[in-house]
Design a binder for this molecule. Structure first.
Ligand SMILES: NC(=O)c1ccc[n+]([C@@H]2O[C@H](COP(=O)([O-])OP(=O)(O)OC[C@H]3O[C@@H](n4cnc5c(N)ncnc54)[C@H](OP(=O)(O)O)[C@@H]3O)[C@@H](O)[C@H]2O)c1
Length: 351
């Protein structure tokens, strides 16, 4: 079988690094172009010693050029900051190249909402209708038919998957959802900045971005679509001193406060029984980031408190794999007609 040629813009970032790791083991896709402005000219195996002698290690890092991308690639991953991906996507699509965008440029269906929350003018609004929000559990069929994927944000992936069964089966009140999420520091990217220096993040624990973190409208958009009505919720992210992983603790109130954990658990388990990657943990078990590290799994634990009538949903994912590169690869697989799980079947390394 001929291999699909993949390009990756933003190879030096954390999300790009994770995708390079995944592509090196992909049975049907190979890295044929890797772009960065700062590291152009270096051989990939030289820049990333962990890739040396593996597929892709001989690719020489280059500055992004859409014409060269069209010559070399069937699909291009844009692992670059919001605001920089939209024009690249336009040029690539014009040249007939499929695009998976890691940034938020095409995630929000309403460009005014994007401009309000990101403070960036949307210059490619005409592309928004063809962009598919690439959460495979919700939109795999659409992903297989498009050329432009808006790869979901890391926090939104954990929250939307966590809430999906409760919304679908109308288990919870929609006016009282509070998301208390924690992320490892790779979620902030690899660029040097004082707030993510070792001494600023180790041995401390802090919230950030309250109450207007940019992932809020993305979560609300998808939760509202699932609920069939507008939903406004509280999203409160925190930074924890670990490299990677997200744990979202989602506080909700049961529509029927008499529901038992067993009943809720049955509904969640049934909803996700055919899912490859969403795992409903046994009653009483709570998820941990280390058990999903570097994988596509989303582990969900459930707590029902009869005293308060609350259903608390805990959702753990790996921000770089499920929350970025792995999900992007699943989407590219779908767009290219490959099995969704190609190159994504590994488990978390423990210890
Ligand atoms: N980190 C995560 O957990 C995560 C999760 C989900 C989604 N994302 C999204 O994925 C994207 C990349 O995130 P990251 O964490 O990997 O960021 P990062 O570590 O800061 O890396 C950003 C990459 O983009 C390149 N870049 C920056 N500005 C650019 C520009 N103006 N033109 C071209 N290339 C540019 C950088 O290389 P050069 O400066 O050398 O060109 C670098 O390779 C972002 O949109 C982010 O929101 C990240």
């Amino acid at each position: 079988m001929k291999k699909i040629n993949a390009g990756l813009v933003g190879i030096t970032g954390y999300a790009g690094m994770e995708l390079a790791r995944l592509l090196a083991g992909h049975p049907h896709m190979r890295l044929s172009m890797a772009c960065s402005r700062a590291e152009a000219g270096k051989r990939l195996g030289q820049f990333y010693p962990f890739l040396e002698s593996l597929p892709g290690s001989d690719v020489v890092i280059s500055v992004f050029d859409p014409k060269e991308a069209a010559r070399l690639c069937d699909v291009v991953f844009l692992a670059v900051p919001a605001g920089t991906a939209m024009d690249m996507a336009y040029d690539l699509l014009q040249a007939g190249v499929k695009v998976v965008d890691f940034s938020a440029d095409f995630r929000l269906r309403d460009s005014a909402t994007y401009e309000e929350w990101y403070k960036i003018d949307h210059k490619q609004q005409a592309l928004l209708p063809q962009a598919v929000y690439g959460l495979p559990e919700l939109y795999a069929q659409d992903a297989a038919r498009t050329s432009l994927i808006a790869n979901p944000g890391c926090y939104p992936s954990s929250v939307i998957l966590g809430l999906y069964a409760a919304l679908k089966h109308r288990l919870i009140l929609l006016d009282d959802i509070v998301v208390d999420a924690k992320s490892g520091t790779s979620g902030a990217g690899r660029k040097a900045s004082v707030p993510t220096l070792f001494c600023e993040v180790s041995d401390t624990f802090r919230a950030y971005g309250l109450p207007r973190h940019r992932h809020t409208p993305e979560i609300e958009q998808e939760v509202s679509l699932l609920a069939g009505q507008p939903v406004c919720l509280s999203f409160n992210p925190h930074l924890v001193p670990m490299n990677r992983g997200i744990l979202s603790t989602i506080y909700t109130r049961l529509a029927n406060p008499a529901m038992t954990l067993e009943e809720v658990h049955d509904i969640f388990s049934h909803t996700w029984k055919d899912s490859q990657w969403v795992r409903i943990l046994p009653q009483g078990a709570l998820p941990e980031t280390r058990f999903v590290r570097g994988s596509m799994f989303c582990d969900i634990g459930l707590v029902v408190d009869p005293r308060t009538g609350r259903l608390t949903i805990l959702s753990a994912i790996d921000n770089l794999c499920r929350g970025a590169a792995g999900q992007a690869l699943a989407n590219a697989n779908l767009m290219c007609g490959l099995p969704m799980q190609s190159g994504l079947e590994h488990l978390a390394p423990l210890a």
